[in-house]
Design a protein around this ligand. Structure first.
Ligand SMILES: [Zn+2]
Length: 313
C-alpha cells in the first residue's frame, strides 16, 4: 500500500520542492529517496509475508494470532490467494528491475569505456595528476561535460579559454558537482526504474526529473562557489557558440539546451542563502519523502489494531 502511494502520488507531492527559492539538491534528494523507498516498500511486503517477522516477537505474535483466529473461516482462502498474488507480482517486478538494471548498467559501462578510449586518442592534453582528471579537446567551441569512468573525468574544450577565468572555473565547478554528487549514477538509477516499470508514475517521470534537477543542482553548486553571474554568463557564451553549431557533438553538456532559459531564471532568483543547505538536503529530503509512506504504514497499523479490537471485543 505504501509502495502504491509513493509510486502514484510522489510526483505530485514532490512538485512543490521544485522552486527557485529552494536548493535544487533538496528536490533531487527527495526524488532519490522516494525511488529508494518505493523499491524497499515494494520488496517489504513479500519479504514480510515469507519471513513473518512478527513470529519472533512473542507478544505481538500472540496478538496477531488471536486476531487472525477471530477471522471467519471463509475469509482465509481469499487471504491466502491475495498473499500469493502479491508475492508473485512483487517477485516478478523485482526480477524485471534486476534484468533491466543489469542490461542498462552493462551497456552504460561498455559505452563509457569506448567513449573514454576515443577521447584519450583525440585529446591534445590531459591533467592526470588532478582528481577528477581533465581531458582537453581541440575545438574552438566552449564546452565541457563529465563522465563517470574511474574517479570521474571532465572533458573540456580549448574553446573555454574564450571565457573569463571566473567563467571557466564556474564551468568546471559545475562538472565537478556532477561527479561529486554522483549525478550520472542517479540518472542511470532513474532510467533503470523508468525502463523497468514505466506504468508507475514515479518511475516513468523520474528520468526527466533527474536530468533537470541534476543540472540545476550542479548550477547551484557552481554559483555558490563562483557566483551566479559567472555561471549565467558562461551559459550565455556557450549558447552564442551553439547558435552556429547545433550539430557539434562536443557541446554536449555545458551548453544551452531547451532548459537554458529555465537554468538562467533559477540563477537570477537564486537566494544568497537558501533555507536548506546542500549538507542538510539529504536528511530534510528523506524526511519529506518518507512522511507519506510512514503515514500509510501508521494508518495501516491503526486500522489493523482497530479491526482487531472490534473483532476481539
Ligand atoms: Zn551539467
Amino acid at each position: 500500500m505504501a509502495a502504491l502511494v509513493i509510486g502514484v502520488a510522489a510526483p505530485r507531492y514532490l512538485r512543490p520542492l521544485l522552486s527557485p527559492k529552494l536548493n535544487p539538491s533538496l528536490a533531487l534528494s527527495a526524488w532519490t529517496i522516494s525511488l529508494i523507498l518505493f523499491v524497499l516498500t515494494l520488496a517489504a511486503a513479500p519479504i514480510a509475508l515469507i519471513t513473518r517477522p512478527g513470529q519472533y516477537i512473542p507478544r505481538l505474535n500472540s496478538l496477531v494470532l488471536t486476531c487472525a483466529e477471530s477471522l471467519h473461516n471463509d475469509e482465509l482462502p481469499w487471504t491466502s490467494f491475495a498473499e500469493l498474488t502479491l508475492v508473485s507480482a512483487t517477485i516478478a517486478l523485482a526480477l524485471r528491475i534486476g534484468f533491466v538494471g543489469s542490461v542498462l548498467v552493462s551497456r552504460h559501462r561498455q559505452q563509457t569505456a569506448q567513449h573514454l578510449a576515443m577521447l584519450k586518442m583525440l585529446c591534445n592534453r590531459q591533467s592526470s595528476e588532478e582528481v577528477p582528471q581533465t581531458l582537453w579537446l581541440e575545438s574552438p567551441h566552449p564546452a565541457a561535460y563529465s563522465i563517470t569512468a574511474g574517479r570521474g573525468v571532465v572533458v573540456a574544450t580549448e574553446g573555454l579559454s574564450a571565457l573569463t577565468p571566473q567563467q571557466q572555473r564556474a564551468v568546471l565547478a559545475h562538472e565537478h558537482a556532477h561527479l561529486r554528487g554522483k549525478h550520472h549514477h542517479l540518472v542511470l538509477f532513474a532510467e533503470i526504474l523508468g525502463a523497468a516499470l514505466p506504468f508507475v508514475p514515479l518511475c516513468r517521470q523520474a528520468p526527466a526529473w533527474f536530468r533537470v534537477l541534476t543540472e540545476l543542482a550542479a548550477d547551484h553548486c557552481a554559483a555558490r562557489e563562483f557566483g551566479p553571474d559567472a555561471v549565467r554568463s558562461a551559459l550565455v557564451r556557450a549558447a552564442d557558440w551553439d547558435g552556429g553549431s547545433r550539430n557539434d557533438p562536443l557541446s554536449k553538456e555545458f551548453r544551452p539546451s531547451t532548459a537554458l532559459s529555465d537554468r538562467i531564471h533559477w540563477l537570477d532568483v537564486m537566494p544568497d542563502r537558501g533555507p536548506v543547505s546542500s549538507a542538510a538536503s539529504y536528511p530534510v529530503g528523506a524526511m519529506l519523502s518518507a512522511l507519506p509512506g510512514l503515514l500509510v504504514v501508521a494508518t495501516g497499523f491503526c486500522s489493523f489494531a482497530l479491526y482487531c479490537l472490534t473483532r476481539l471485543r
